[in-house]
Design a protein around this ligand. Structure first.
Ligand SMILES: [Cu+2]
Length: 338
């Protein structure tokens, strides 16, 4: 079955499961910012997602690296959706794994990760949904999943789950905003630095306006174990979006979900070239707090940043700690005509 058809089927089945890389390849994608659109009786909204035509080199790199920054960019995992006592329940299967990835031609790195990917899947729910996470640890070490957001103490995910064991984390999705999950076994910097993290988006009860939505997670790699990062990346793979720019459409609202999980460096900024963005700190609130073109983010800080490109062409984005950018945390938007 081709990917487009599979996507339509998934949408027809109520959006259960993953919306995959198909989004990156389809000229028109249904905006899935918020599944409650339908229940509110709104007509389906359309957002133009220009195709990313992967170069042969980029395809080869995804294949050989074991990392897929194209999937990480626009894929949201809404979980397996059921109704219990009149409320939406979302069940997610998350498994801690270990896998060796190729960061560049000469650098292999053993990751600890979720579902064999770095970053882990971007989980997505609407405020008030009930979240149930079946967590299995097949990672070879004790791990856990600690979620940001509000929940009872026993669901805080700081208790190590031994290799081969499993547990269920269960809580209500609140408050709306951009959150994250990560392993909380000591030394935490090591467990996060090895790749055991992902984004957790809780949509507000009233959906945000339609936009092309992108996930950008900044992370570091301490290759030699000296407590300092030698390489950095957006969405796992150093320098990838320089090699393969992210195609976006001119004059269309772009909504970036940006997370900084760089360990060992106290702070990183996020900067876009030739534009300004509106800041929704931690994704809290429906009106922006400020407008800027460089925002400072401590470890685990995350924001929604909104912007629109008026001019076509290629524009860089990167932390303005230029050594971090030049060691892999750098990318390009390729703005194409609308
Ligand atoms: Cu861990």
């Amino acid at each position: 079955m081709d990917r487009q058809r599979r996507k339509i089927l998934e949408l027809g089945l109520g959006g259960i499961g993953l919306i995959g890389g198909a989004l990156a390849c389809s000229p028109i994608a249904t905006n899935r910012n918020n599944e409650s659109d339908k229940s509110l009786g709104n007509p389906p909204k359309k957002v133009m997602i220009p195709p990313i035509n992967l170069s042969a080199a980029a395809q080869e790199r995804i294949k050989t690296s074991g990392l897929d920054p194209i999937t990480a960019l626009r894929e949201f995992d809404y979980g397996k959706v059921t109704q219990e006592n009149g409320r939406t329940v979302r069940e997610f299967q998350l498994t801690a794994k270990s896998k060796t990835v190729k960061l560049n031609a000469s650098t292999d790195f053993i990751t600890w990760n979720v579902n064999d990917r770095v970053p882990g899947p971007t989980l997505r729910a609407t405020e008030g949904d009930h979240i149930r996470i079946a967590f299995a640890n097949q990672g070879g070490h004790a791990h856990s999943l600690h979620f940001h957001g509000e929940h009872p103490s026993e669901m805080d995910g700081v208790k190590p789950i031994r290799n081969g064991a499993a547990t269920i984390y269960e809580f209500d999705a609140m408050p709306y905003g951009v959150h994250l999950y990560h392993c909380h076994v000591a030394p935490v910097a090591r467990h996060i630095g090895k790749g055991l993290y992902g984004m957790f988006i809780i949509d507000p009860p009233t959906p945000r306006p339609p936009a092309d939505e992108l996930v950008l997670i900044m992370a570091g790699y301490d290759i030699d174990g000296d407590g300092r990062n030698e390489m950095y990346a957006f969405n796992g793979l150093p320098h990838f979006y320089m090699q393969q720019p992210i195609t976006v459409q001119q004059n269309q609202l772009l909504r970036l979900y940006v997370l900084n999980v760089i360990e060992f460096d106290p702070v990183a900024t996020f900067h876009v070239h030739a534009n300004m963005f509106q800041v929704y700190r931690t994704g809290r609130g429906m009106t922006p707090r400020e407008e800027t073109d460089v925002i400072t983010m401590g470890t685990a800080e995350r924001h929604i940043l909104e912007l629109t490109y008026r001019f076509t062409g290629k524009y860089m984005f990167h932390p303005h700690q230029d050594t971090i950018a030049e060691a892999g945390c750098m990318g390009l938007f390729d703005v194409v005509a609308s």
